[in-house]
Design a protein around this ligand. Structure first.
Ligand code: 6R9
Length: 647
C-alpha cells in the first residue's frame, strides 16, 4: 500500500470553490442540518413548482421510504437546456469525437435544445406518453444524449442498454420494464469495427411482445432490415417534427430513468432514479468534485450505457451549462495516443476515465502520452473500480505532468453520483484511496455482525442515512429493493463493498464482498455468467469467480462440470467462451475455463466459493479448512488442473 500523500497545492486551495476549512464546515452542516443544507443546494436547479418538504426518508423496516423535495415540480431537460439559452446558446453543449479521428461534431446549446424538442415531438408522435418506458440501445453519438433528454422533456422513463450487450440481454431488459419503443442505430462503430445494433434489436424483439415501434438513427449507412409499420428512420421523422416542445412539469419523485445493473443473485435489477434529488446530486457533485467553471472543456470517457455516462456525460454537466465531450471510440484506436489527441484537439481541462483503460495504456509505455501536449488538463478523475497506486502515480506523473489533482470517485449505479471522493482544493490525496465522504454522505464501516467500527478499521461499507441522489426502488420489485440493500445491516444502506479506514479517516475501497465482480470497470454478477454456461447443452454445472487481472482489475474464472460422456477439450473451451459472449455480450468473456469433474460442496450442497477464489488466485497454500466439504478430494483435482493466464 502506498504511503505517499499529494497535498492540495496552494493554487488549488486558493482558487477552488471549497478549501479544507470550508469542506469541514459544509460537511458538518450537511449532516447536522440536512433540511436547511439541501434546501439551499437545491436552488442550483430551476423548479417549476417550488418544494416545501426537503428530506423525508427512513431506512427502517417499519416506515421505510425515500423522498426528497417531494412536492416540488421541475423538468430536467429544461434545466439542462432551456435555462442556458439566453447566456450560452452559442456555446458548445456537446463536442463529439468520432471513432475515426477525422470525424467530429460541435453541437451548441441552442442546437441541442432544438434537436431535443424535435426528438420529443417525434416520440409523442409515436404515442410515447409520460411514464412510458423507452429503451435506448445506441452507440456513442449525440443522438443518444438527445434521446435521453427527449424522454426527460416529456416525462417518459428511459432505460439505456449498453450497446455491447447481446440480443438476449437486451430482450430481458426490454421485457422487464415493458418498453413500448426502442431507439437504436443501424450500426455502431468502435475501434474500426462495426456493431450490428439494429440486427441485435431485430433478434431481441423476436422475444418481446411489448415493443410496437423502433426508431433507427443512421450512423454508418450499413444495410439493415426495416420491418414495415414497426421500424422508422429517425431522420425522416425528425425532419417532420416541430422544434417547439414545451417541457412537461414532472414531480420531483417521478421516475427519470431505469438502468439495469448486476447484483449477487438473479437477473439484473432495474435501478430506478427519480428526478429532483438525482439532478441536484448530479449537478452538485459535478460542480464541486471537478471544480467546474464556465469555459472548462469537460470529458468523461465512459459510455452512456453505464451510470457514469448518465450522471457525468449528460445530466450533471449539462445541468451546469458545461461543454461535455462525447467520444465514440476506444483508447487504442487508431493508436495508443488517441485519448490524449482528443484532449489536445478539444483543449480538454477535465478528464475522467476508468483505471482499466489507464492500466492498458500504461503498459504501452510513456511515449504515446508524451508525444501529445495535454497542457489544457487541469483535473483528472478515476471511476469504476479501485485504482492501484501504481496506475494512480502514472496517471498523475505522466498524463497530468505532475500538475493535476486526481479525483478518485467511489460511487455506484445505486447512488446516482459521487459518494466518497476528494475535492481538488480541500482534500489531500493518497494514491489508491477515494479519500473522504462528499456532503451529506454518512459512511460507516461495520463488522460481520453489523457492529459499527470506530477509528482505523476494516469491514463492510454502509451508508447510514439517505442522500438526494439515491435510487428509489428496483423497477417492479420494491420488496427486492428493501431486501437487497437494507436488511443485511438493518437501518443502513449496504453498498456490497469492503472498505478500510485509516488513521486519517481516509476510506480505501477493497472491492466487492458479494458475488459481484468488476471486470474492466463493468459490473457483473457471477450468477449471470453461471446461468449462461449452464444453458449450454453440454454443461452440467458451473461456478464463476473473479481472479486478479493486471489490466482488467478482475478477470472471469469459470469452473465447468460437463454432462457425463462429454469431453472437456480445447474446442469445447472455445465454444463455451463464444457461447457466453453470445448469451450476455463480449464484456462477459471468460478469461479461464477450467473443466472440473466436480465442484467443492458442503454437505448441504453449497458450493464453497472461497476455495474456488483461492485456486483462481493461485493461492493454493491458503485454501483454509476443507474438512466440511462433502468430498475433500475434489479440491486436489481442481488444484492440479488450475489454469494460469497472462494478461
Ligand atoms: C460508478 C460505478 C459500482 C462498484 C462499486 C465498487 C466499484 C466504483 C470505485 C469503485 C473503488 C472507486 N467502484 N468506483 N471501487 N474505487 N473509485 O462504477 O457504478 O457500475 O454500479 O459499480 O464499482 O465496487 O460497488 P457501478
Amino acid at each position: 500500500m502506498s504511503q505517499s500523500i499529494y497535498p492540495v497545492s496552494a493554487e488549488w486551495r486558493d482558487r477552488a470553490y471549497v478549501n479544507a476549512a470550508q469542506y469541514a464546515d459544509m460537511y458538518a452542516r450537511s449532516i447536522s442540518d440536512p433540511d436547511s443544507f439541501w434546501r439551499d443546494q437545491a436552488q442550483r436547479i430551476d423548479w417549476m413548482t417550488p418544494f416545501t418538504a426537503v428530506k423525508q426518508t427512513s431506512f427502517d423496516a417499519g416506515d421505510f421510504g425515500i423522498k426528497w423535495f417531494a412536492d416540488g415540480g421541475l423538468n430536467i431537460a429544461a434545466n439542462c437546456l432551456d435555462r442556458h439559452l439566453a447566456e450560452r446558446g452559442d456555446v458548445p453543449a456537446i463536442l463529439w469525437a468520432g471513432d475515426d479521428p477525422s470525424e467530429s461534431r460541435t453541437i451548441t446549446y441552442r442546437e441541442l435544445y432544438e434537436e431535443v424538442c424535435r426528438f420529443a415531438n417525434l416520440l409523442k408522435g409515436q404515442g410515447v406518453r409520460k411514464g412510458d418506458r423507452v429503451t435506448i440501445y445506441m452507440p456513442m453519438i449525440p443522438e443518444a444524449a438527445m434521446a435521453m433528454l427527449a424522454c426527460a422533456r416529456i416525462g417518459a422513463i428511459h432505460s439505456v442498454v449498453f450497446g455491447g450487450f447481446s440480443p438476449d440481454s437486451l430482450a430481458g431488459r426490454i421485457t422487464d420494464c415493458d418498453s413500448t419503443i426502442v431507439i437504436t442505430a443501424d450500426e455502431g462503430l468502435r475501434g474500426g469495427k462495426k456493431i450490428p445494433l439494429k440486427a441485435n434489436v431485430d433478434e431481441a424483439l423476436q422475444q418481446c411482445t411489448c415493443v410496437g415501434r423502433v426508431i433507427v438513427v443512421k450512423r454508418t449507412g450499413g444495410a439493415v432490415d426495416m420491418t414495415q409499420g414497426r421500424d422508422h428512420w429517425y431522420h425522416e421523422l425528425r425532419d417532420a417534427a416541430s422544434a417547439d416542445c414545451p417541457a412537461e412539469a414532472v414531480g420531483a419523485e417521478d421516475p427519470l430513468f431505469i438502468l439495469y445493473t448486476s447484483g449477487s443473485t438473479g437477473k439484473p435489477k432495474g435501478v430506478l432514479h427519480t428526478t429532483g434529488g438525482y439532478l441536484v446530486w448530479a449537478a452538485m457533485t459535478h460542480h464541486y468534485v471537478f471544480d467546474y467553471r464556465p469555459g472548462d472543456i469537460y470529458w468523461c470517457a465512459a459510455d452512456i450505457g453505464w451510470v457514469t455516462g448518465h450522471s457525468y456525460i449528460v445530466y450533471g454537466p449539462l445541468a451546469n451549462g458545461a461543454t461535455t465531450v462525447m467520444f465514440e471510440g476506444v483508447p487504442n484506436y487508431p493508436d495508443f495516443s488517441r485519448f490524449w489527441q482528443v484532449v489536445d484537439q478539444f483543449k480538454v481541462s477535465t478528464f475522467y476515465a476508468a483505471p482499466t483503460a489507464l492500466r492498458a495504456l500504461m503498459r504501452e509505455g510513456d511515449a504515446w502520452v508524451e508525444k501529445t501536449s495535454r497542457a489544457s488538463l487541469r483535473i483528472l478523475g478515476s471511476v469504476g473500480e479501485p485504482i492501484n497506486p501504481e496506475a494512480w502515480e502514472w496517471y498523475h506523473r505522466v498524463v497530468g505532468d505532475g500538475r493535476c489533482p486526481i479525483m478518485d470517485t467511489w460511487w455506484q449505479t445505486e447512488t446516482g453520483g459521487h459518494m466518497i471522493t476528494p475535492l481538488p482544493g480541500a482534500i489531500d490525496q493518497k494514491p489508491g484511496s477515494a479519500t473522504k465522504p462528499f456532503f451529506g454522505v454518512l459512511p460507516q464501516i461495520v463488522d460481520a455482525d453489523g457492529k459499527v467500527l470506530e477509528g482505523a478499521c476494516e469491514g463492510n461499507l454502509v451508508i447510514a442515512d439517505s442522500w438526494p441522489g439515491q435510487m428509489r426502488t428496483v423497477w417492479g420489485d420494491h420488496e427486492r429493493f428493501f431486501q437487497t440493500y437494507f436488511t443485511t445491516y438493518p437501518g443502513k444502506y449496504f453498498t456490497g463493498d469492503g472498505c478500510r479506514r485509516d488513521e486519517d479517516g481516509y476510506y480505501w475501497i477493497t472491492g466487492r464482498v458479494d458475488d459481484v465482480i468488476n471486470v474492466s470497470g463493468h459490473r457483473m454478477g457471477t450468477a449471470e455468467i453461471e446461468s449462461a454456461l449452464v444453458a449450454h447443452a453440454k454443461v452440467a454445472e458451473a461456478a464463476v469467480v473473479g481472479m486478479p487481472h493486471d489490466i482488467k482489475g478482475q478477470g472471469i474464472y469459470a469452473y465447468v462440470t460437463l454432462n457425463a460422456n462429454e469431453e472437456g477439450d480445447e474446442a469445447l473451451r472455445k465454444e463455451l467462451v463464444q457461447w457466453v459472449r453470445h448469451e450476455i455480450g463480449p464484456i462477459a468473456t471468460p478469461d479461464v475455463i477450467q473443466f472440473a469433474p466436480a465442484l467443492p460442496k458442503t454437505r448441504s450442497g453449497k458450493i464453497m466459493r472461497r476455495i474456488l477464489r483461492k485456486i483462481a488466485e493461485d493461492a493454493v497454500d491458503q485454501l483454509g479448512d476443507t474438512s466440511t466439504l462433502a468430498d475433500p478430494s475434489v479440491v486436489d483435482n481442481l488444484v492440479a488442473n488450475r489454469q494460469k493466464v497472462v494478461a
